[in-house]
Design a protein around this ligand. Structure first.
Ligand SMILES: [Zn+2]
Length: 333
């Protein structure tokens, strides 16, 4: 053990043995926006040496006001890869995996059993239900955290030992009923504050197991300087942690509405696209560019972003059927 962690080893809550235990732990970071990258950085600096990063998106200029791992040179790069590169520079001995894919049921089933804990860097509740299902099914602890505008929420979850996300929110909200950060905005320091709370809870779960304050939902508003905690009870009728019905792990719709007027189309099953070949085919039809392993095309008044795993983001179309038709016509059937 080098001197890097001396000040943390002094803590009776950690100690030399605890620090060695942290170095062996493997944590999945679901989503690499502001919340996910700040949490990943805090865990890495605290001595968690194995991180699995998952994010489907690219760094955009409007992310930079709240993410300290990314700079202007990262705009246009996959978030998971840009974050992994910065984290490796912070601790060259750490093992950082980057997955540029959509976090869906099959991926959760593949990755969650391989880690000790999952932390939340997601921007939608739908995918959090996928994480919750996978963590309950595979008996892995996770930390739920969400941010919006000037506030955020966080709660540690240990399946069977305390309430799960579905005990807290039994039913998914109707599409469009919860504002996104594209609509409601986000104050720059809010994700970092909630990421610090999330990382603290994650370290406690990793070091102490299910004795951590399970079932305490913490609310923090940075603008009003308001902190509240609410005790959440296990729901005896919870379909997930009591009924063991993991509905969110089964395949959902191939079209997903994302933050900021973007539709995402998923391929049928697992796909690997030859983007060079696709670029050559589409270049006769519109403006096409291949950058950082991602294809950008402007076709029929829409902007398409295509990833090698077959996913596409469609901007400029509001109708999901039209977006699906464009995908089928130009990208893959
Ligand atoms: Zn539950």
């Amino acid at each position: 053990m080098n001197g890097r962690f001396l000040r943390q080893i002094v803590l009776p809550q950690v100690g030399a043995e605890g620090q060695r235990r942290l170095a062996r732990k493997r944590v999945l970071v679901a989503g690499c926006g502001a919340l996910g990258t700040h949490t990943a950085e805090a865990l890495l600096r605290a001595g968690v040496r194995h991180l699995v990063l998952v994010d489907r998106d690219l760094v955009e200029e409007h992310n930079l006001h709240r993410v300290s791992l990314f700079g202007p040179a990262d705009v246009g790069r996959p978030k998971a890869e840009a974050a992994a590169e910065r984290l490796r520079a912070l601790d060259p001995e750490a093992q950082i995996e980057a997955h540029v894919v959509h976090f869906d049921g099959p991926l959760a089933e593949e990755l969650v059993p391989t880690v000790d804990l999952v932390v939340d860097g997601l921007d939608n509740l739908e995918t959090r239900y996928v994480v919750n299902d996978a963590c309950v099914k595979h008996e892995k602890p996770w930390v739920y955290t969400a941010v919006l505008a000037t506030y955020g929420l966080t709660m540690a979850i240990w399946p069977e030992r305390g309430p799960c996300l579905r005990c807290l929110f039994p039913n998914p909200p109707a599409p469009g009923s919860i504002p996104t950060c594209a609509e409601a905005g986000i104050l720059g320091p809010v994700p970092k504050a909630l990421a610090a709370l999330q990382a603290g809870l994650a370290l406690r779960l990793l070091l102490r197991g299910p004795e951590a304050p399970l079932g305490t939902l913490l609310y923090l508003d940075l603008w009003e300087l308001r902190v509240q905690t609410v005790e959440v009870k296990r729901n005896p009728a919870c379909p997930t942690c009591v009924g063991h019905d993991f509905a969110f792990l089964r395949e959902g719709s191939r079209v997903v509405f994302l933050c900021g007027d973007v539709l995402q189309i998923l391929p049928k099953g697992k796909a690997v696209l030859d983007l060079g070949d696709l670029a050559a085919r589409l270049s006769a039809l519109g403006r096409v560019e291949l950058r950082h392993g991602v294809l950008f095309a402007e076709l029929e008044g829409t902007a398409l972003t295509v990833f090698a795993d077959g996913r596409a983001l469609v901007k400029g179309v509001k109708d999901p059927q039209r977006a699906q038709a464009l995908y089928d016509q130009y990208i893959a059937r």
